[in-house]
Design a protein around this ligand. Structure first.
Ligand SMILES: [Zn+2]
Length: 230
């Protein structure tokens, strides 16, 4: 039911945008991971400096494995930076590390979209597999159940789409805070701004792509639910 021509029409645009965003991110990241930052700072040092200057010496900066696995964990009050960005002294490393520090600054400022997103995390973890489970259950039971279960799946999927939506202001704002601090503290020089922006904008586009994919999928589910009314 998800591979009919109409469904593909809803899935393909999000898929193409997602692939395009990944290619752009790889291109920008691979370019600027090889361009040394003039301040000579590593990602770990730059984010440490931003955190200290913001009065957040208690937020830890730790190294983790994997590629672009960088994230801020609000529960552990820790920035986790992939080795490339933790140790790297490049424009890309400093940009990504500062972005993660930006999330810690949001947390400190009780930035509303971040709080809302954090509240949605456990719900989304459940919703991630629940909507497809409900859908399969509806198909097994069949008949009048199918329509009702389809509507439940629509509701659960709408929560996931909402999560993708609130992720956007959180990500854009973290990058804005990152750039502000990098330039204010002189960790990145004016001629290096363009590179930082390119890496962070490319990363943001992947979140836009995820939202587009979720909205299209939600629309498809809505149309299916409407047409299956008993
Ligand atoms: Zn982020």
């Amino acid at each position: 039911m998800f591979l009919d021509p109409i469904s593909l029409l809803f899935i393909i645009p999000g898929l193409i945008l997602g692939i395009y965003a990944q290619i752009r991110l790889s291109a920008a990241y691979n370019k600027y991971i090889n361009v040394g930052v003039q301040s000579g700072m590593s990602g770990a040092e730059a984010s440490r400096e931003i955190l200290n200057q913001a009065g957040l010496p208690d937020v830890n900066v730790e190294e983790i494995g994997g590629h672009l696995t960088d994230h801020y964990d609000p529960m552990k009050k820790t920035l986790f930076l992939s080795s490339e960005n933790f140790q790297g002294r490049s424009i890309a490393a400093v940009g990504v590390a500062a972005h993660e520090a930006g999330h810690a600054l949001q947390h400190q400022a009780a930035y509303a979209p971040l709080n809302f997103r954090m509240a949605l995390v456990p719900v989304t973890k459940f919703a991630n597999f629940a909507w497809i489970g409900i859908l399969i259950l509806g198909m097994i039971l069949g008949g009048p159940f199918f329509s009702k279960f389809l509507w439940i799946a629509v509701g659960i999927f709408a929560v996931m789409t909402l999560f993708q939506l609130v992720t956007l202001p959180v990500e854009f704002d973290a990058s804005r805070r990152a750039k502000e601090q990098l330039f204010r503290l002189g960790l990145v020089h004016s001629e290096e701004r363009e590179g930082v922006s390119q890496v962070l904008n490319a990363a943001a586009l992947t979140y836009v792509a995820a939202l587009v994919a979720a909205v299209m999928q939600l629309l498809r589910l809505l149309l299916l639910a409407r047409s299956s009314r008993d």
